[in-house]
Design a protein around this ligand. Structure first.
Ligand SMILES: Cc1ncc(COP(=O)(O)O)c(C=O)c1O
Ligand SMILES: N[C@@H](CCCC[NH3+])C(=O)O
Length: 433
């Protein structure tokens, strides 16, 4: 694998020297190649446009939710899916058109649903019976009718890590089909004057590499609606398109997934003599994952002869929990010399007080020095989004790079930020009885 470099033999990210970025903004640092993000967003749209089918590409913003990414999604004419009041707030702060937001989630609160309705969120993807009731009450209070989809748990097991598989029957998400809860929800929703039921939604999981689960899912949603005597205006098959983290991953091009979904729904539409429903997809990881990388500074090392070499960097599980949580694998390169021959295999560890604080389980690298810059690749999805302040480490900043230019879009947290919400305890001894 050969990495893009400049005349200094430094790694470049969309034309910008990664070492310069590390020096300018400090490490750890999340860096996104915005050109790549736009390309992926456009690639998804192009497939639907080529096929001439109505569609919505809705970026699943849980993968990476900052004002800047909502701005890019809006510029590229795609929608965004949110799963919390916090994501909604961020999207609104970014100036994102609320009509182009959809709201997923298995336990949306009264306050979150009220916030969504008051903001004018275009679509609420209803997950359970309580939500049907709350939403109806809130919509009635606001004298309006809310567009909704029903989220179905499709009973399809996707081949991925158990914790990121969501489509199987034993799942907390969506109305269960097999026990008739989906039909029950349909009967309630279709007769509710404050709810405008437009279609069905099901998401089978994340980091999926073959198209059959998506075909089954699309077919199941169509067959289900047909069995209820209903022609839905929208079929939303969720996200989950796999990306390459290491050589072990063999993702398909975006077009393969979308083509399979379109083909399935075209055939169901013909079979049932329907008008083509609008096809919605919710890609998260595939939009931002490959476009992001995290820069770290190399620090201490521990060599255990005949066992392992640990290389420690200045970040870790607080900025990327995925290796610890899912045993996820990543590739790393030495940003100051990415194409140098490798000389040793190391485990890249972080600086957190956990043995499981690993960023890369096994990585061949040239011999490194303290102060070298290491880039862990494809960290754009569920990295910053899942970051924490564990061990009271400030979360890193985020930089967007596009066509040779760079801009800080999220500032690095300071130590003062860490205590900003703390209050001194004042009851103290006076409170002791
Ligand atoms: C309902 C829903 N839509 C979309 C996504 C995005 O998935 P991915 O980031 O794998 O594309 C998820 C997360 O798995 C999800 O739960
Ligand atoms: N956070 C997970 C994906 C979760 C998807 C949520 N529906 C990951 O990093 O892979």
């Amino acid at each position: 694998m050969s990495y893009p470099t400049n005349e200094l033999q430094h790694l470049t990210i969309d034309g910008v020297d990664a070492v310069t970025l590390a020096k300018t903004y400090g490490t750890p640092l999340y860096v996104y190649d915005v050109t790549k993000i736009r390309q992926t967003m456009r690639a998804f749209k192009t497939i639907f446009e080529k096929e001439g089918v109505p569609y919505v590409v809705s970026y699943a913003s849980k993968a990476f939710a900052t004002q800047a990414i909502y701005q890019v999604a809006q510029q590229e004419g795609i929608h965004a899916d949110i799963v919390s009041g916090g994501e909604l707030f961020t999207a609104l702060q970014a100036g994102f058109d609320p009509k182009h937001l959809s709201f997923n989630g298995n336990n949306k609160s009264w306050d979150e649903l009220t916030m969504a309705i008051e903001a004018g969120v275009g679509m609420i993807i209803v997950d359970n019976f309580l939500e049907l009731q709350l939403l109806s009450e809130i919509a009635a209070k606001h004298n309006m009718t809310q567009d909704i989809l029903l989220r179905i748990s499709p009973g399809i097991s996707a081949h991925t890590h158990e914790f990121i598989s969501t489509g199987q029957q034993d799942s907390k998400f969506g109305f269960d089909l097999l026990t008739g809860q989906g039909k029950q929800a349909y009967d309630i929703a279709k007769d509710d004057q404050n709810l405008n039921l437009l279609g069905l939604h099901a998401h089978i999981g994340s980091q999926i590499f073959d198209v059959t689960g998506f075909e089954k899912n699309a077919a199941l949603l169509a067959d289900t609606a047909q069995s209820w005597g209903w022609q839905p205006a929208i079929i939303n098959v969720g996200g989950g398109f796999g990306i390459r983290y290491t050589d072990e991953d063999t993702p398909l091009p975006e077009s393969d997934y979308a083509d399979a979904i379109i083909r399935t729904l075209k055939s169901k539409t013909a079979q049932y003599d329907w008008k083509m429903p609008e096809i919605w997809i919710e890609p998260g990881r595939s939009v931002v994952g490959p476009a992001g990388q995290t820069l770290y500074t190399v620090g201490s090392r521990k060599d255990i002869p005949d066992l392992r070499q640990y290389l420690a960097v200045d970040g870790g599980m607080g900025d990327n929990i995925r290796p610890a949580l899912y045993q996820a694998n990543y590739d790393a390169v030495l940003a100051n010399q990415p194409n140098a021959p490798t000389e040793e295999v190391v485990r890249v560890a972080g600086k957190y007080c956990e043995s499981g604080d690993v960023l890369v389980w096994q990585q061949a690298l040239p011999r490194t020095q303290p102060g070298d810059i290491l880039s862990v690749l494809a960290t754009g999805a569920y990295g910053y989004a899942m970051a924490s302040n564990y061990n009271r480490n400030p979360r890193p900043g985020v930089v967007f790079v596009e066509n040779g230019q760079h801009q800080l879009v999220v500032a690095r947290e300071t130590y003062a930020n860490l205590t900003a919400l703390d209050k001194k305890y004042t009851l103290g001894k006076a409170n002791v009885q």
